[in-house]
Ligand binder design. Sequence first.
Ligand SMILES: [Zn+2]
Length: 1144
Amino acid sequence: MKFNQLLVLLVGGAFFLAMMSLYRMLEMTQGVKLPHSETPAGPEDNDLSRLKQQIDKLERLLSDNNRLVATLRDSLFSRQASRVKGVAANVSSGSAHSQAVALPGCRLAEEMKDGADGVQLLDVYDLLPFDNPDGGAWKQGFEISYKGDEWDEQPLELILVPHSHNDPGWLKTFENYYQDQTKHILNNMLIKLTEDSRRKMIWAEISYFSKWWNNIDEQKREMVKRLVKAGQLELVTGGWVMADEANSHYFALLDQLIEGHQWIQRHLGVKPSSGWAVDPFGHSPSMAYLLKGAGLSNMVIQRAHYAVKKHFAQQQTLEFLWRQNWDSSPRSDITCHMMPFYSYDVPHTCGPNPAVCCQFDFHRLKGGRASCPWRIAPQPITEQNIKERALLLLDQYRQKSRLFRSPVLFVPLGDDFRFVESSEWDAQFGNYQALFDYFDQHPELHVKARFGTLSDYFGALHRRLNAAGTTLPTLRGDFFTYADRDDHYWSGYFTSRPFYKRLDRTLEATLRATEILFSLTLAEMRRFHGDDRLVADFPTSKHFQRLTAGRRNLALFQHHDAVTGTARDPVVVDYGTRLFRSILNLHQVLQSSAHWLLLSDKSQYHHDQSKPFMQMDDVMSAQDALPRKMPLKLSDEPRSLIVFNPTEQLRSSVVSVVVDSPGARVVDAETGRPMTTQISAVWAEPSRASTEHFQLDFVVELPPLSLVVYHVTKASVDSAHRAQYTFHRRGNPPAVQSEHFQVSSPEGPEADAPLSLSNKHVQIWSSPETGLLQKLQLRSGLLRRVQVQFLWYGTRTQTEKSGAYLFLPGDKGAQPYSSLDPPLVRVSRGPVFSDITSCFQHFSHTVRLLHLDGHAGRSLEISNTVDIRSEVNRELVMRLVSDVANSNRFYTDLNGFQMQQRRTLSKLPLQANFYPMSSAAFLQDAASRVSLLSAQSQAVASLRPGELEVVLDRRLQQDDNRGLGQGVTDNKLTASLYHLLLEDRRGGAQEVGGASVEHLSLLAHLISLSLSHPPMTMVTSSDSQVPKLHRFLPLRSSLPCDVHLLNLRTLEDSQKAESPSQEVALLLHRKGFDCSSTPDVELQCTWSVHEEVNLADLFFPLRFRSLRRSNLTLLREDDEPESARRQQTCLRPMEISAFRVELD
Ligand SMILES: [Zn+2]
């Protein structure tokens, strides 16, 4: 197409869009008008506020329009530029798709489609036979040979790295481990490292380290600082915990890293440079991304599939540059060392033969508590045996060294909770020092050995690589699903203890919302006084401590035995209690922040701990109970409801409360405008409605990060639309008790007709027998079969059965769920939402359609409540069976940060084809994509084309021999929540060829955001005289739809501990998105073609007094100088950007 034609097209498009916007503006202005039958009292006041609201709205629209025009101008310029450069701008007759390709979020995916360099793990999986032959001494590997003269030129440089793996909770609670083991380890470390400057140690878990620090005196702290400065003690990774990488969400992964790094900076003044993750059960590139972004250059990982380790050992690629799938540059590269053998203990780290290596674990000397299972005990090193011992050990070192490209060899020395007693320090350090001295005295052995840290090792490695002029190979992909031996795949823990995996995300959403509102509150307070003072009565420090405790409890739960569901029952209760208390404490912070922000007259602010001004409307009664809505007593006096929108987008939502009256009226407190409402039954039993309580739902439009006030009053019974119900049950129609609702039970042929619901975007059909979904159709005409099924997995009949870690389902696979009694199916229809609920013995399942404009009406909300406490060795799954032709390809997210392609392989056992899902999975073919967006982590698989299944809960009576020593039988009543989204694909490729990089669509991103961050509802106390409240609108317009406000996190004061500083961490994540489903003009947000953005513009009218880009953990030394072009900065797609800001 000629450029002139393109210009005409674009200008025409701009004109059309402008006209559409004007039209929409008009429509919205009119929409504000009240239906005349419901004009409230006080006309003058209301007229004024209505006018004000209209002006506000127009202002917002104008600003949105400016952006839109800017976007169009930008795309015009970029096209012009590409034409000038002679780059083929592949523009086909102005299709929306080709326009979309120019956007950074999807340009990325297009770039990667040209083929990426380096090793792609998916290709390795296609290649490997997974035949598990016996490799001899190194069972899962091969015989390693060497001639003996390999080190004549360049001696073997050996670095032995002492470590102790301290789980912050597993068989014992965090506190008990600390008292029984950890504090002794650290106390002894101080003594034993000081004794000899050649001794070294690494430490990873800052949760333990900071606790110990609080308990030691200033003199000891000085000793620690000296050891750190001398390089004898190195803090590695520096996270609060050694985090799980499968179930954890990137918000929490980053937050626990920030918490740890900030602690280290404050108390030790250093920053970690190497990562250490030896126990997480599989590894994710999202973690590699965060480590790199936090300023680390190297990392060590351990638990990868034994067949992958063997292959990498053969190829000498156990050390590689780990690169993100979506990165076409080396920007995300981080040097990664993968341990070659089975475990991180001494028997599996000195070399390939554990029977030999175990003899060099001097903690297992005869007479001690530990011994070698290979039945050859270690001997203390003496003058008599030193030659034989040294040569035996050197042989292992030399064999191990053959698996790597450089002559530097990394050998860890440690295990779980090691170096507890003083004698163990002496045994390990004394005997190894004797061996090292022997090597030194025998130059003909060509080996230099010393104690070291990770920095010592990687420093030596990089020096050797540089000297040789070589670099490491590049690798892309992830290390799921882990198998440590045979067909023992660790896919069980993707689901174990699902109740707590859900609670984890509830705390995460609560923490983020509270962080943002707290930061905005402090900024508003400073601005209010005009002199940086805070409000005297506001419990600033107390709240900051609550926030810190919430951060640290969420951080603790990211530990690889916590969110994984692999701790002992009492430890699980300890974690659950921490999560539960944190949620309650954060609610206090949220409530008093909202209280101050909302008051029209700030002088009326008064904080009274015993009489909170407002409460959350849903309450959790215990750490293992699902939240419940607190019933509101209604009267003629208005009750104030405050709704916080924690997302950075203007959104249409449904707010749901429980009230004591079947008639209720909700108005916008400021304008008096009545809200669209629906009254539904609260079902005490599947077919018995409560006579006391009723569910009141109303539709709200919430500006980004706003607090909006609504008034709810009791009203006549016909004041709100009431839901209508139909009940179905095969053969046995239920007796329904519901005095306030219209109920019918169809009979005859009518009862056999499929159930159908629709809104203006989508129509669904469900089975009249089970109520379960069968197909859905979009307004575009796209029709897809998507059948919901429930199935059971059992476990093997052999001795080795499924447990907390392992999924060993046996040969039969899944069996259809069946129950003696047909399910009760309840269909409700109303103006706000309609849904179908199927009540089975072990679960109830609801599919709901919202009758909303905007993206909220585009997907189906699916919710399950599951109770399998009556079962033995069973796992319940929900399966979607569709006609999407995805062959064996599907996509799952990694930590909610990125999507990863999966290939279902028949050469692998069933349990190997399950993957972790934190927030999304999808199937696609050339015409359509079906996405399941999830509010919690669990296992997912696509075992046959068109299928997608998630594991809802698992109950397993036995241990699976990985040290836990118990089954998982503490099941609860457990909730899970999803959105199912069907989308048209235009220009989407068939699922063939190499590994493609795919992203969620913009629409899916927005739905996922809404799902993970629902509006939070608070109610004022019923007896309080409510002062005048005014809505809080911090942002003039939504952020661009591909920019996510990950956090606005108040940093600790560097002078005054446990107090907030004026500095805030602004964390933004620019999403990559799919371009084959066209960005829709109906989306209410905008996007830009440029990576450059102006933050002042994005966050208007919030102002930044200062703004510096920093690393992801906000380490001061990584701050960039403040840019000359203030507030103008680059947000690259897929990347998280961190800024240290002061809000004005
Ligand atoms: Zn561990």
